[in-house]
Design a protein around this ligand. Structure first.
Ligand SMILES: [Fe+2]
Ligand SMILES: [Fe+2]
Length: 149
């Protein structure tokens, strides 16, 4: 499902960091394409993203969030992809195009809506989070039961 609205949670610091990241990507997308300038801004975004992920993960640690490892691996994969891309742009083997910006925005929106959303739910409403967990386990079991032994 495509989503064009950045989900906000009413957690001021988190919402601010998300807006800033999306804003930076939209700013880069709108600018003229010049490899050197793109590269500087892309590296700055990778940096900002790394800081945001580290902040979010430390909040998870403080809250004793059980899905920290899973969340971290999604962060790590995305950061790695962007770092690899920055290297290719630096080598002149790749230029930033509309597909890149769309994919990046899509990933951020999706990650915020699903994974960050789960963490925020855990912090704000533990009972609802537990319930959601049970439901997921139940759906998984029901799904597995449809396969023959
Ligand atoms: Fe996250
Ligand atoms: Fe986030």
């Amino acid at each position: 499902m495509k989503e064009d609205v950045l989900r906000e949670f009413g957690w001021a610091e988190m919402d601010r960091q998300h807006r800033s990241l999306v804003g930076a990507i939209e700013f880069l997308a709108a600018g003229p394409r010049q490899r050197t300038a793109d590269l500087v801004e892309l590296r700055r975004i990778v940096d900002e993203m790394g800081h945001h992920f580290a902040w979010e993960e430390s909040e998870m640690e403080t809250s004793g969030y059980p899905d920290l490892a899973l969340h971290h691996s999604d962060h790590h994969r995305q950061l790695q992809n962007l770092q690899d891309l920055a290297k290719l742009v630096d080598l002149g083997r790749q230029s930033l195009d509309v597909d890149f910006f769309m994919a990046c925005r899509d990933w951020i929106f999706r990650h915020i809506r699903s994974m960050d959303g789960n963490f925020v739910l855990f912090r704000q409403d533990r009972e609802a989070w537990d319930l959601q967990r049970e439901l997921q386990a139940w759906e998984y079991a029901a799904h597995m039961a449809t396969f023959p032994d």
